[in-house]
Write a protein that binds this ligand. Structure first.
Ligand code: ADE
Ligand code: ZN
Length: 336
């Protein structure tokens, strides 16, 4: 039965909507790039790196994640990172991915937009040709930095707007409410970009409400704390606002002690448009298929539940209608 479930999940056509490209940097590539670029690492082996990935909360992870990104320097580094992710996602049945990147993590180190954008674009093109996987990019503002810096970042991205599908908001949540970024999100809307935001990962439901009402967020990234506010939950379910949930991340960052406590199934049963994603798979012990499998087993999901989650993911994409409809048709064929 376990093998059947593995194969069902792997072959199920799906979209990934919550993955940070910097969070797909596997320890092996981290070492390779550190050597290629002569960057010193505070670790002496891949095993030592993996042993350091014991987190107590979001901030304890972010400290290590930003440190890891320091090995990404050349256009080829960003292309290699993107190529490795798309290959791995495709093997998990991902037909389309909307991928976060953190430009400020790179521009702060003197690396310009052209370096990472050109590297990403080349790998995205090659993966689409070779594997058929489509992908687009979502520029995330770092919420531990200022509103002015977010606006400046969006201005710097103007020459690359054709390569972006939207903007997002990530990094340290508690103490950095969404309202601070109203100006950057308004500008993004004026530029025709979609808007999403991390909210309710560690922060309160008020941050989810702020993301919807003040930032105009069309999807909520994580949103586990939605369960603490019945009125908001009913509103989100009725409006069909998707939640991009990341179960392995939530357990690794101690949002839930064990997977059996995760609220994904309860939210699904209350009509919330839940999706399953990997967040930072190199740090949290699994890609999207591992996340599907972990919740399916711990929460006793039916095959119908699992197929509904995949359907939600395709419906929640920012794809043009033609491609979305064809992926939905592919899913329909698979599940009958
Ligand atoms: N950046 C990368 N992963 C993140 C997460 N889970 N929450 C907030 N910011 C992040
Ligand atoms: Zn995230």
């Amino acid at each position: 039965m376990r093998m059947d479930l593995d194969a069902f999940i792997r072959d199920l056509p799906k979209a990934e909507l919550h993955v940070h490209i910097e969070g797909t940097l596997e320890p092996e590539l981290l070492f390779q790039l550190a050597e290629r670029n002569q960057v010193a690492l505070p670790y002496s082996s891949v095993d030592e790196v993996r042993a350091a990935y014991e987190f107590t909360n979001l901030q304890s992870f972010l400290d290590i994640y930003y440190q890891g990104a320091a090995v990404l320097i050349t256009e080829q580094d960003f292309a290699d990172l993107m190529a490795a992710y798309l290959e791995r996602a495709s093997a998990d049945g991902v037909r389309h991915a909307e991928i976060f990147f953190d430009p400020q993590t790179h521009t702060e180190r003197g690396i310009g937009f052209s370096v990472f954008m050109d590297g990403f674009a080349r790998a995205q093109r090659e993966a689409e040709e070779r594997l058929g996987i489509t992908s687009s990019l979502i520029l995330c503002f770092l919420r531990h930095l200022s509103s002015e810096e977010a606006v400046e970042t969006l201005e710097a991205a103007r020459p690359y707007l054709d390569h972006l599908v939207g903007v997002g908001l990530d990094s340290s949540e508690v103490g950095n409410p969404p309202e601070r970024f109203a100006e950057a999100f308004e500008l993004a809307g004026d530029l025709g970009l979609h808007r999403v935001a991390h909210a309710g990962e560690e922060g309160p439901p008020a941050y989810i409400r702020g993301a919807l009402d003040v930032l105009g967020a069309e999807r909520i990234d994580h949103g586990v704390r939605l369960e603490d506010d019945d009125d908001l939950l009913a509103r989100v379910a009725k409006a069909g606002v998707p939640l991009t949930m990341c179960p392995l991340s939530n357990v690794k960052l101690r949002v839930f002690d064990v997977m059996g406590d995760h609220n994904l199934k309860r939210l699904l049963d209350r009509g919330v448009k839940v999706t399953v994603n990997s967040d930072d798979p190199a740090y949290f012990g699994g890609y999207i298929g591992d996340n599907y499998l972990a919740v399916a087993e711990a929460l006793d999901l039916s095959l119908g539940d699992i197929a509904q989650i995949a359907r939600n993911s395709i419906e929640a994409t920012f794809l043009p209608n033609g491609r979305r409809e064809s992926l939905l048709a592919e899913l329909d064929q698979f599940v009958v």
